[in-house]
Design a binder for this molecule. Structure first.
Ligand code: SF4
Ligand code: FES
Length: 253
């Protein structure tokens, strides 16, 4: 395949950025999108041009590190028949001769660090604000010592599959991180271990979400449409129910 890439280049967060056009030949349809960017970077390096900075790690849809906006959609959702991560998107999703725009996540809570890399430490701070349980560690408890109804276990597991990629934020017109935050809250709210801090957790995490500059949810649903892990929109309903309940309850925190 021969493709034309228009890639966002920005030296650092304070610098002015812009789209740069590159021609790339001999792209295999079986390459992942990141392998195609590797090919671009090899070419740029040979030509003495600074390679494009982008985030990645596992390259198998698990870690949540990768993520760019491709042709205006997070993780290239518009090119893929199913939601996927950028590392699991393949070049066969594009036509030979295509022009492909590649940009970083754009949201108030995700400032650009360089090129396609954004600062997602806001997600870490949201988790630090309550996305954990406090327990005295000791020997491992017996399996099934705390029975969990299957429906709740399944819902907790599904919510726990969020990989923290940030596509939901990039897709949301409000730059909201409610799908991410609600996935963490729903995961712990379904389990017995999550009950002692349930009400302080939701208040703390939502307050941190807002403090980080993410917008509010207005039920548009773009987040769930691009989420590579299928986190459903009704987890935000769970967050809202827990937040309302927390206003009438106290766990002393
Ligand atoms: S909710 Fe989905 S899109 Fe958002 S961070 Fe988690 S896995 Fe990524
Ligand atoms: S590089 Fe790990 S999810 Fe894409």
């Amino acid at each position: 395949m021969n493709i034309t890439l228009r890639v966002w280049r920005q030296a650092n967060g304070a610098a002015k950025g812009g789209m740069q056009t590159y021609q790339l030949a001999d792209v295999s349809p079986d390459m992942s999108f990141l392998e195609m960017l590797d090919l671009l970077n090899e070419k740029l390096t040979i030509e003495g041009i600074e390679p494009v900075a982008f985030d990645h790690d596992c390259r198998e849809g698990i870690c949540g590190m990768c993520g760019v906006v491709i042709n205006g959609s997070a993780h290239g959702r518009s090119a893929s028949p199913v939601p996927t991560t950028t590392c699991q998107l393949h070049m066969r999703s594009f036509a030979d001769g295509a022009t492909i725009d590649v940009e970083p996540w754009r949201a108030g809570g995700f400032p650009v660090i360089k090129d396609l890399v954004v600062d997602r430490t806001a997600f870490d701070r949201i988790i630090q604000a309550g996305g954990y349980i406090s327990v005295n560690t000791g020997s491992a408890p017996d399996a099934n010592a705390a029975p969990v109804p299957k429906v709740k276990a399944d819902r907790a597991f599904d919510a726990a599959t969020c990989i923290g990629c940030g596509a939901c934020v990039a897709a949301c017109p409000n730059g909201s991180a409610m799908l991410f935050t609600s996935a963490k809250i729903t995961h712990l709210a379904m389990l017995p271990q999550g009950q002692p801090e349930r009400w302080s957790r939701v208040k703390g995490m939502v307050a941190q979400h807002d403090a980080e500059g993410f917008g509010g949810c207005t039920n548009i649903g773009e987040c769930a449409a691009v989420c590579p892990k299928g986190i459903p929109l009704d987890t935000i309903g769970q967050l809202n129910r827990d937040l309302m309940t927390s206003l009438f309850k106290s766990d002393g925190k």
